[in-house]
Design a protein around this ligand. Sequence first.
Ligand SMILES: [Fe+2]
Length: 236
Amino acid sequence: MTEDWHCHLLPGLDDGPATMDESVEMAMALQKAGFGSVYCTPHLIKGCFDADKGAVKAKLAALQARLQNENIDLRILPGREYYLDEFLFDYLKDPLPLGETKYIMLELPNHIDSEYVKEACFRIKRSGFIPMIAHPERCSLFDMPETEKTVWFRFSRSKLNHQGSKPGHPSLLEYLKDLGCAFQANLGSFAGWYGSQVQQVAGNLKNTEVYTHFGTDAHSASGVLLPTDRKLPGDP
Ligand SMILES: [Fe+2]
């Protein structure tokens, strides 16, 4: 059964579906697309989308009951998409990992300093959890200047430093990989849903085997890719 590791399926918690009916419509689309399990990962951004853990679990239970009533065979699991800012560690005093795993999904703001990302991920790992970087292909921290792309693509397996890293100092990507972080790709990135730049970065990261998990990051029924669209670059 295919798993969707990143999905805004729960109603009324973030910029995903507003109502339970919309969530059910979305669940049907996910099932039709071939997913058997979906991790529900509402945003957690202080002052913007900051429903608490209890609200997430209550919405999850209500949606699961509704899906059972309507004979929609889709397993849904709790989670969050944590925004990496100065409030993150307040929220992580009582974390909500992805289902029964130790994964903590992190959304990295584009403006954030890479050293801050390293420190935050180190702290999460030290606390016994595993950071999962949400859609790195959409984050400029993992992009690189046009002139470096070909070289980076060719030599990334041999741990070439890029992004202006000093010799002997690992890039952000290499640091996070060595730390044991997981990396989740948005399926729509490979289909160009976020533009050609993101599509190219996603292809590069896929070809260099960075990704460990995949997800729709869907916010509505129309955001669920159909099975024929979900083939990844290089797949038969
Ligand atoms: Fe998301």
